[in-house]
Design a protein around this ligand. Structure first.
Ligand code: HEM
Ligand SMILES: [Cu+2]
Length: 577
């Protein structure tokens, strides 16, 4: 709306003069344009979720193609070049275009709702960060029509230098890192500003929902890590095209510099991917266990400690480089330390479930599946942090197994928990529980069939990033099992896609608060109106919705209302209005 404010008359005049004169009222854009031009955090959040899920499917198809190639020894389905391109596209897509930005999607949709704000602090900047992401993805995927990059998601020098990979694929990768990086950076600043300044009255730091805590820490980590990778790829770009030698040992540069810069970003990136997942689970578990989260302060503090320690461990990815033993020992010990706050969280989640009145909804199943799966990934991480063990296992399938237990167990399962939990808020409809549970079990079984056996494949000595292997020992059988697992996993994901498709039109209507949630997003309608809230309640605890329900119960003549959703619902509307 374009409105001009007339100067206030200095003397009171006899005739009343309107203070605000509207000359032109612009129409709300509708249809396609209402999405392209939007600055509403909820629409931007949904665009993030849809786009990143599309990339998840692309990355998944790439994974299945690789698994098909590896299902037989000496297979000639794919050429080595295509295989190289596939693992590069897959790793890059999953990290830069799916897991990191999908968390920004959940954050965008939910952070303002959970803290009782009407939008993000900088709505236009928010739209800009989404479009940077979309452009980054577009530029990167355009390379498949020319020459896709073949340097892995890590693009180590000297492989990524002009001498070895002169094609534009590496440049497309650099461009992707820059574009998605700027997008994430402005997004992160926006989250920080929003959380620091726009919380509902009474919501001190000690009452911030745990998901919001993790988005805050995610943002700080992005702000610290992204400039480092931006610098690293800029140096790579000038090495490739403008005659510099930052990474070229023949001219006084060092490939070690790339590894230090890359992993100073790359390890925190892992926490950037999994911490918001921890946040999702910390919201879901207490709701379906019908108990407050066990040790709120410990869980919030552990998030901060994990992030801090996560900045000190990067060289555990470089144990096989020529580094002084003291350095190896330092990075081994600092990596061990991370197990402590992570263990604190796992014990707190288990204690939250302990003796709870558990409702086995799909969101709870995914959260529980996450705890078990991620735990295994954490434990193999401790193995790999012992540097003599890493010397043996570096670059084998043991690492591939470990990293997928962390990123699929630690992020993807949580993302699915979040999807089942918040879909009703976003669409007003519930996802089907039957299909949800089927999807969960297929995904859980498929995941472990795919990746558990890869530990053995690695211990048997099969290197990662190879397009074929000889038929020795059990390698062929193990690889076939892994491939079969990946198709079961894909079927599980497919079931959720069908579920979403069906529920959008035919899902049961959810109402504002289908789960009896604890946090403020359940206070408003589903989907929420553009302004989010008509009134913003005063926050008195970490579980404002429980306070509100209790208050309504008291006001509507006592305890019965608590047990009767319909009455409580009616009360909620009068409260909210
Ligand atoms: C959903 C099922 C998935 C399957 C079946 C799968 C499968 C694979 C395969 C076959 C490889 C190549 C291994 C090699 O040749 O070295 C790979 C590598 C990789 N995957 Fe996945 N993956 C999946 C999900 C994910 C997710 C969600 C992430 C998330 C961040 C991810 C991140 C990576 C990374 C970083 C690499 C290493 C790429 C490289 O070597 O540069 N994957 N995956
Ligand atoms: Cu690491």
């Amino acid at each position: 709306m374009a409105a001009t404010v007339e100067p206030t008359p200095t003397l009171p005049s006899a005739v009343p003069v309107p203070q605000v004169v509207t000359r032109k009222v612009e129409r709300e854009p509708s249809g396609f344009l209402s999405w392209v031009l939007t600055t509403d955090h909820k629409k931007i959040g949904i665009m993030y979720l849809v786009l990143t899920f599309a990339f998840f499917i692309l990355g998944g198809v790439e994974a299945l193609m690789m698994r098909l190639q590896l299902s037989q020894a000496d297979n000639e389905l794919l050429t080595p070049q295509v295989y190289n391109a596939l693992f590069t596209m897959h790793g890059t897509t999953m990290i830069f275009l799916f897991v990191v930005p999908v968390m920004a999607g959940f954050g965008n949709y939910l952070v303002p709702l959970m803290i009782g704000a009407r939008d993000m602090a900088f709505p236009k900047l928010n739209a800009l960060s989404f479009w940077f992401l979309a452009m980054g993805g577009l530029v990167f995927y355009a390379s498949i029509f020319f020459a896709p990059p073949e340097c892995g998601w890590t693009c180590y020098s000297p492989l990524s230098d002009n001498d070895y990979l002169p094609s534009g694929g590496v440049d497309a990768w650099i461009f992707l890192v820059h574009l998605t990086g700027i997008g994430s950076l402005v997004g992160a600043i926006n989250f920080y500003a929003t959380i620091a300044n726009m919380r509902a009255p009474g919501m001190g730091w000690g009452r911030l929902p745990l998901f919001v805590w993790t988005i805050l820490v995610y943002s700080i980590l992005l702000i610290l890590a992204l400039p480092v990778i931006a610098a690293a790829v800029t140096l790579l770009l000038t090495d490739r095209h403008f005659g510099t030698h930052f990474y070229d040992p023949a001219n006084g540069g060092s490939p070690m510099l790339w590894q230090h810069l890359f992993w100073f970003f790359g390890h925190p990136e892992v926490y950037i991917m999994v911490l918001p997942g921890f946040g999702i689970v910390s919201e879901v578990l207490p709701v379906f266990a019908r108990k407050p989260i066990f040790g709120y302060k410990a869980v919030a503090a552990a998030t901060v400690v994990i992030a801090f320690l996560g900045l000190l461990v990067w060289a555990h990815h470089m144990f096989t480089t020529p580094s002084p033993t003291l350095v190896l020992v330092f990075f081994m010990m600092s990596s061990f330390l991370i197990a402590v706050p992570t263990g604190v969280k796992i014990f707190n989640w288990i204690a939250t479930l302990w003796r709870g009145t558990i409702e086995f909804k799909t969101a709870l199943l995914f959260s529980a599946g996450f705890i078990g799966t991620f735990l295994i990934g954490g434990i193999t991480g401790v193995f790999l942090a012992v540097f003599p063990i890493d010397w043996q296992l570096h670059d084998t399938y043991f690492v591939v197994a470990h990293l997928h237990y962390v990123v699929v167990g630690g992020a993807v399962f949580c993302i699915f928990a979040g999807l089942y939990y918040w879909f009703p808020k976003m669409t007003g409809r519930l996802l089907g529980e039957g299909l949800g549970k089927l999807s969960f079990w297929l995904m859980l079984i498929g995941f472990h069939v795919t990746f558990l056996i890869q530990h053995s494949i690695g211990l048997d000595g099969m290197p990662r990033r190879v397009f074929e292997y000889p038929d020795v020992g059990n390698l062929e059988l193990y690889n076939l099992i892994s491939t079969i697992g990946s198709f079961i996993l894909a079927a599980g994901i497919g079931v959720t896609i069908i579920n979403v498709w069906r529920s959008l039109k035919n899902g049961a209507v959810s109402g504002p608060d289908p789960w009896k949630g604890n946090t403020l997003e359940w206070f408003t309608e589903s989907p929420p109106p553009t302004v989010n809230f008509d009134t913003i309640p005063r926050i008195r605890s970490v579980e404002p919705m429980k306070d509100i329900r209790r208050q309504i119960a008291q006001q509507t003549s006592g305890a019965t209302a608590l047990a009767q959703p319909a009455e409580a619902e009616a009360g909620r509307v009068t409260q909210g209005a």
